[in-house]
Design a protein around this ligand. Structure first.
Ligand SMILES: Cc1ncc(COP(=O)(O)O)c(C=O)c1O
Length: 393
C-alpha cells in the first residue's frame, strides 16, 4: 500500500532561495490582498495518542482566500512580481487595486493545471484586473473547470496528461505573447517558478508562528506531499532556515503512479527521473511526472525520507480527517491534502510498524506537522470517498 525509504542523498545543505527574510516580503504581499487571514493550525491530539505519538498538527488550507487550496499563495506572488517588474517598481510598493490603471491593457497570464494552481492564477489575475487562460489535462474534474471559469478565466481542456499540457501552455504563450505562470521549472524557465515556490512560504511562515500556541514549538517531523515538488521544496527550504535542518525530519510523499521525486531519489547517477503515462490518481494535484529542478536540490539535500502511496491511503486520510476521534476537530481534506495523514495512519497500523517507526524516529514524544493543502476541491469525489467508502483501506 506504500513504500518508504530513507534519503541517501541527504546533505543538510540549505538553499539561498528560501528563507525567513524572503518569506517576510512574500507574506507582506499576501497581507495586502483582501481577505488575507492565516489558515488554522489544528491539533489532533487524540488521534496522535492513538497512533503512539505526542501530537499531530494539521495546517488546514481549505479556507485559503475562499479557494479551498493553498496554491493561490504561489500564483498571486508570481503575478505581483511580474506586474511589478513590468512597471519597474518594487513588489513592496505594489498596489493590487491600483495596478489596472497603470497598464494600457490587461496582461494575459496563462498556465497549465490539475486544478488548484489554475484556480489561484485565475483568481489572482481577476483580483489584479488582468486576464487568465488556463489549460487542463484530460480527465480534469468538472468542479475545477467550473470554478476556474467562474473566476472569469478561459479554460481549455487538452487530450494529454499534465506534463504535456504544461508544454502546450508554454508553446501557446510563446506564440500569443502571453505570460506563462507555471508552477514547475525547466532549463531557461526558472525565475517565475521560483517566485511561485517562494509564495508558498507564507503557509509555512504562518505555521511556524502558530506552533508557539502549542507546548512544543518545534515539530519533530514534517510531512509534505509532492506533485512536481514546488510546494514541498519551498516549504522545506523555509523550514530548515526557520527551525534548523537538524531539528526535524521531513518525509516527502507522492502517489505510486506519479512517483518522480521518489524515483529520482533512488537514482544512483543523480539524474532526475520522469514518469510517463496517464499518471492516474485520485490525488490530482500530485499527479505530475516530472520533478521541478528548482526545488529538487532542497528535497534531496534536506528530506529525511521519501514515500510513495496508493490512492486507498489518501482516501483513508480523507475519511479520518473528516470523521475525527472525540475531542479532535474535523477537517475537510481532498486526496492531495490527506495523503500524509493517511500515510501516518498506515505506518502506525502496519504489521511492520515497530521497524518503520524506529527507522523514521517516530516515538511517543513525536510532534508531526502535516499540511492539508486542499479541501473538497473535487466535491463529487470527496463524497464518494468519505460517504460511500470508495477506495477502502
Ligand atoms: C492540493 C495540492 N497539494 C499539493 C500539491 C503539490 O504541489 P507541487 O506540484 O508543487 O508539488 C498540489 C499541486 O497542484 C495541490 O493541488
Amino acid at each position: 500500500m506504500f513504500s518508504i525509504g530513507n534519503n541517501k542523498l541527504f546533505s543538510g545543505n540549505i538553499s539561498p532561495l528560501f528563507n525567513k527574510e524572503t518569506a517576510r516580503e512574500v507574506r507582506n504581499l499576501h497581507r495586502k490582498i483582501d481577505g488575507y487571514k492565516p489558515t488554522p493550525l489544528i491539533s489532533l491530539e487524540h488521534l496522535a495518542k492513538k497512533l503512539g505519538l505526542k501530537d499531530i498538527l494539521v495546517k488546514d488550507e481549505s479556507s485559503r482566500f475562499g479557494l479551498n487550496a493553498f496554491k493561490v499563495l504561489g500564483g498571486s506572488y508570481a503575478l505581483a512580481k511580474l506586474l511589478a517588474e513590468k512597471l519597474d517598481i518594487n513588489v513592496e510598493q505594489f498596489d493590487l487595486k491600483g495596478i489596472q490603471s497603470l497598464l494600457k491593457e490587461p496582461v494575459v497570464f496563462t498556465t497549465a493545471t490539475a486544478g488548484n494552481h489554475g484556480t489561484g492564477v485565475a483568481w489572482a489575475a481577476r483580483e489584479m484586473g488582468q486576464k487568465a487562460v488556463v489549460f487542463m489535462p484530460k480527465g480534469a474534474a468538472s468542479s475545477s473547470v467550473e470554478r476556474i471559469k467562474a473566476l472569469g478565466a478561459e479554460c481549455i481542456i487538452t487530450d494529454v496528461n499534465y506534463d504535456d499540457t504544461v508544454r502546450l501552455a508554454s508553446q501557446t504563450a510563446l506564440k500569443n505573447g502571453w505570460l506563462l505562470v507555471q508552477d514547475t521549472a525547466w532549463d531557461g524557465y526558472e525565475t517565475i517558478p521560483t517566485w511561485i515556490s517562494q509564495g508558498y512560504m507564507t503557509m509555512a511562515d504562518e505555521a511556524v508562528e502558530q506552533l508557539s500556541e502549542f507546548s512544543d514549538s518545534i515539530p519533530t517531523h514534517v510531512m509534505l506531499q509532492a506533485g512536481v515538488g514546488a510546494m514541498a521544496g519551498g516549504v522545506l527550504g523555509y523550514l530548515v532556515d526557520a527551525l534548523g535542518v537538524q531539528n526535524f525530519k521531513a518525509i516527502v510523499s507522492e502517489p505510486v503512479t506519479a512517483d518522480c521525486v521518489y524515483q529520482s531519489a533512488q537514482d544512483k547517477s543523480g539524474k532526475l527521473v520522469a514518469v510517463d503515462g496517464d499518471l492516474n490518481s485520485i490525488m490530482a494535484g500530485l499527479a505530475c511526472g516530472e520533478v521541478n529542478p528548482v526545488t529538487w536540490p532542497i528535497l534531496k539535500d534536506c528530506a529525511f525520507a521519501f514515500a510513495k502511496v496508493e490512492d486507498s491511503i489518501a482516501a483513508t486520510g480523507m475519511r479520518i480527517l473528516g470523521n475525527p476521534l472525540k475531542g479532535d476537530r474535523a477537517i475537510t481534506s481532498g486526496a492531495s491534502g490527506a495523503i500524509n495523514l493517511g500515510l501516518l495512519y498506515a505506518i502506525a497500523n502496519s504489521p511492520d510498524k515497530e521497524n518503520l517507526k524506529r527507522a523514521l524516529g517516530l516515538t511517543e514524544e513525536s510532534v508531526v506537522l502535516i499540511f492539508s493543502t486542499e479541501g473538497d476541491t473535487d466535491s463529487d469525489l470527496y463524497r464518494k470517498v468519505v460517504w460511500e467508502g470508495l477506495y477502502p483501506y
